[in-house]
Design a protein around this ligand. Structure first.
Ligand SMILES: C[S@@+](CC[C@H](N)C(=O)[O-])C[C@H]1O[C@@H](n2cnc3c(N)ncnc32)[C@H](O)[C@@H]1O
Length: 205
């Protein structure tokens, strides 16, 4: 089974949407104990985030992190650049990017779960950062014109997206010529699910 191209029925997509909503509305309260990998500050430190940047963010913000890797290890983000965070969750990477681009840059975060976006906006309000906006939008249909961003980041989100080809094509559409796409995600190392039903049931686990 090729997970990139599997055709999902509208019922399958709806079941996946509901299971994501169920899981991530709880993750928005706290990611602790809801993932098989370290989250919060220990996740960030284990994934070698810049300790100076972490120092600039309140502990309550750091505790909301549930990414799987560190997209910022893939290359620099420069002062004054524009960055989009796809599947921003509670906005920890979005805020890290905002500190990297500084007041002359701008950063946007999109997510599909309203509770995660509420937490992201609360996290933003806990800082003095001003050049960040969060929007409810799906990776498959980004609400930005083409060639809008210097850098697109994503952390732990694309594995959850049902139409991965559209999401990748959207990420490249909104990148400026010469822009960088820096993502971290999970890969399947065991056998793929034997059928669509078990794949749908395990989607948000
Ligand atoms: C594991 S969390 C990671 C959150 C954040 N990137 C971080 O590192 O803390 C995955 C996020 O992807 C979001 N997500 C899932 N499907 C999405 C989609 N189609 N479009 C945008 N975001 C999506 C979820 O709502 C969730 O907030």
């Amino acid at each position: 089974m090729n997970i990139m191209n599997t055709r999902l029925s509208s019922e399958d997509r709806e079941r996946i949407r509901q299971s994501l909503q169920q899981k991530y509305s709880k993750v928005a309260e706290s990611p602790e104990g809801k993932f098989r990998y370290p989250v919060g500050r220990s996740g960030l430190e284990g994934q070698k985030y810049d300790l100076e940047i972490l120092k600039a963010l309140p502990e309550e913000v750091l505790s909301a992190y549930c990414g799987v890797g560190n997209p910022f290890l893939l290359g620099p983000v420069h002062e004054g650049e524009s960055v989009l965070d796809i599947g921003c969750g509670a906005g920890v990477d979005t805020l890290v990017a905002a500190l990297m681009v500084g007041p002359q840059g701008r950063v946007a975060g999109v997510d599909v779960i309203p509770e995660m976006l509420r937490r992201a906006r609360e996290n933003l309000a806990r800082t003095t950062i001003e050049n960040v906006e969060f929007q409810e939008a799906s990776a498959e249909n980004l609400p930005y014109p083409g060639e809008s961003f210097d850098v697109v980041i994503s952390n732990g989100a694309l594995n959850l997206v049902t139409d991965k080809m559209s999401a990748l094509s959207e990420a490249f559409r909104v990148l400026k010529p010469g822009g960088r796409f820096m993502m971290a995600d999970q890969v399947l190392v065991s056998d793929a699910p034997v059928d669509t039903r078990s794949m749908v049931e395990s989607w948000a686990r």
